[in-house]
Design a protein around this ligand. Structure first.
Ligand code: FPP
Length: 241
């Protein structure tokens, strides 16, 4: 059963895979409700979906994956859910380090420092830094992330002499994603059709794929379906065919 996704792999054109895929993981709460469990149970199940997608990413040699784990707006959730999410993130990360290193995966956080306890931030950064010798796939965890804030923070980094030479191409260097390519594909689970402040600058020409599947049910087969759909699109970047 778990290996069924292998049958779908030949349907993918390996020469036209996206370099960077961003994922808005939505539907954990609804999934938990369907299973009569607390919301945090849904988030925990959602963390397992991340693992599935990362494993497939390694198998397909994708270069960048970005997961929207916690937004700057998520602080408005009930305190126990927020605390549970922060705890889950730290625990999963610590647990996954050996596997991440074995798979040569570089993990980094992109996001703001505001509202975060300095000790917590220092700890998760130190754990992620254990992967920074790795040269394979890059996994960005968008954590305490907001696209508008990222753009404002980028503007604040500019020196007066940088302004005249600013272009749509070089502005990206001031963003948290720095030299990374823009996402070719953004996936959103659970049916909502919006970006919710995710990679706003970088998503200018991203293909957007929305699936009704709730994030904890998102697996390798679902990821392959998203990649198939991506490969069926005609990307024109504002030009003609
Ligand atoms: C959205 O579902 C999901 C989140 C706000 C959190 C996503 C975080 C994880 C899956 C765990 C992070 C762990 C690591 C290791 C990166 P929702 O709660 O908005 O669902 P709903 O719309 O159904 O209520």
């Amino acid at each position: 059963m778990a290996k069924d996704y292998k049958k779908l792999l030949p349907s993918l054109d390996m020469s036209r895979l996206p370099r960077h895929v961003g994922i808005i993981m939505d539907g954990n709460g609804r999934w938990a409700k369907q299973h009569n469990r607390p919301r945090l149970y849904g988030h925990s199940a959602g963390a397992k979906s991340i693992r599935q997608v990362v494993e497939l990413g390694v198998e397909l040699k994708l270069q960048y994956l970005t997961f929207y784990a916690f937004s700057t707006e998520n602080w408005s959730r009930p305190e126990d859910e927020v605390r549970g999410l922060l705890k889950l993130l730290r625990e999963r990360l610590i647990k996954e380090i050996p596997e991440l290193n074995q798979q040569n995966i570089y993990v980094q956080f992109i996001g703001s420092e505001i509202h975060l306890e300095p000790e917590y931030l220092a700890e998760i950064r130190a754990v992620a830094a254990k992967t920074h010798q790795n040269t394979g796939m890059v996994v960005n965890i968008a954590f305490n992330y907001g696209g508008r804030l990222e753009i404002i923070e980028a503007i604040k980094k500019l020196k007066p002499e940088d302004i005249a030479s600013l272009t749509p191409d070089n502005f990206g260097h001031y963003l948290w994603t720095k030299e990374q390519p823009d996402p070719d594909l953004i996936i959103r689970s659970s049916g909502e059709k919006r970006l919710s402040n995710f990679l706003l600058w970088q998503a200018a020409y991203s293909e957007i794929y929305v699936t009704e599947t709730l994030w904890p049910d998102f697996d390798k087969i679902e990821m392959i379906k998203a990649l198939q759909e991506f490969q069926s699109r005609n990307r024109r970047y504002g030009g003609l065919n």
